[in-house]
Design a protein around this ligand. Structure first.
Ligand SMILES: [Ca+2]
Ligand SMILES: [Ca+2]
Ligand SMILES: [Ca+2]
Length: 301
């Protein structure tokens, strides 16, 4: 009997080691974007990215999206104007390039790149990002989710801003792009640096039931938007020494505290990669383990 107990203990320990995400209490999984709530899509598409409004997700009935945000949280800071904030270390003991400084009052534009070594502790390696995502969110988290806190003042003339961004996997040995994902206003899979999209300080939508859904994103201190590219599976680019760069430009800035993070809290819905173990695969593995154990048990008897 002791041997049976020992065998099951080893099997359970093996499963827990393989699937630490099952024990993680912090990951908030984004909803499947292909669903309609009250006649409305739950995201906006911007070329290769999709963007969720956290306030609208909450009003649509999804939970886990109304928490506070800000530096000092669980996430890697990409952009901030808060003094003395760095990514050395972030949760899990990882160190990443320090955030780009967001524009201060009086400057209405921003242009910068995070990850290529402009800040201290750069550049950012794809391998390090994947290690961070797996550490924080589990072994299937290969697609980073980005958060954005619009901090514009709350009046109609100033509350919006404009942005474009390009996310690249970069080969530093050949100084060339390996892959890229564009966030802009032309849905062609190519970065269009002048096709700015508007980030709205206030959003108002009317559902099929005539219910009005409204988000006020002005001011700082909340996750206003959760943004990711469903095809940005960084596990395809590991082990090569590749870097990860984010270039972005903003216009029409009237605030001074726009902040962006690479999330260690939110993760994408069911990964599109069919190679990722699913519950049925886990069940098969457990059956295989049990079989191997029983065979071993017989042999010892
Ligand atoms: Ca805000
Ligand atoms: Ca503005
Ligand atoms: Ca484009």
């Amino acid at each position: 009997m002791n041997r049976i107990k020992k065998g099951f203990t080893i099997a359970i320990a093996f499963i827990l080691l393989q699937f630490p995400a099952m024990t993680s209490a912090f990951a908030v999984v984004l909803p499947d974007p292909n669903q309609i709530v009250d006649g409305l899509p739950i995201y906006q598409a911007y070329d290769e990215f999709i963007s969720h409004s956290t306030q609208l997700l909450t009003q649509f009935g999804f939970s886990g999206f109304n928490g506070p945000a800000g530096v000092g949280g669980l996430d890697v800071v990409l952009l901030t104007n808060a003094g003395g904030i760095d990514n050395d270390p972030v949760n899990g003991g990882f160190t990443f390039e320090d955030p780009a400084p967001s524009s201060t009052g009086g400057t209405s534009t921003f242009s910068g790149t995070w990850g290529q070594g402009d800040g201290a502790n750069g550049p950012v390696l794809v391998d390090m990002l994947i290690a961070y995502l797996h550490n924080q969110l589990g072994p299937t988290a290969n697609i980073p989710v980005f958060t954005f806190d619009l901090a514009e003042p709350g009046n109609a003339a100033t509350r919006d801003l404009k942005i474009v961004a390009n996310f690249q996997v970069w080969n530093p040995n050949t100084n060339s792009e390996v892959a890229s994902w564009s966030l802009d206003g032309v849905n062609n899979g190519i970065f269009d640096p002048t096709a700015f999209i508007t980030v709205q300080g206030e959003i108002q939508l009317t559902g099929a039931s005539t219910t009005v859904y409204q988000a006020n994103n002005t001011g700082s201190g909340a996750y206003d938007f959760l943004v990711y590219a469903p095809t940005m599976d960084l596990s395809a680019y590991t082990g090569q020494g590749y870097e990860f760069h984010i270039f972005s430009e903003m216009k029409d800035l009237n605030g001074s505290k726009e902040e962006s993070f690479l999330s260690g809290t939110f993760t994408t819905p069911t990964p599109p990669d069919p190679a990722v173990p699913e519950p049925s695969t886990i069940a098969l593995m457990m059956m295989g383990l049990a079989g191997a154990f029983l065979r071993g048990h017989k042999r010892f008897r």
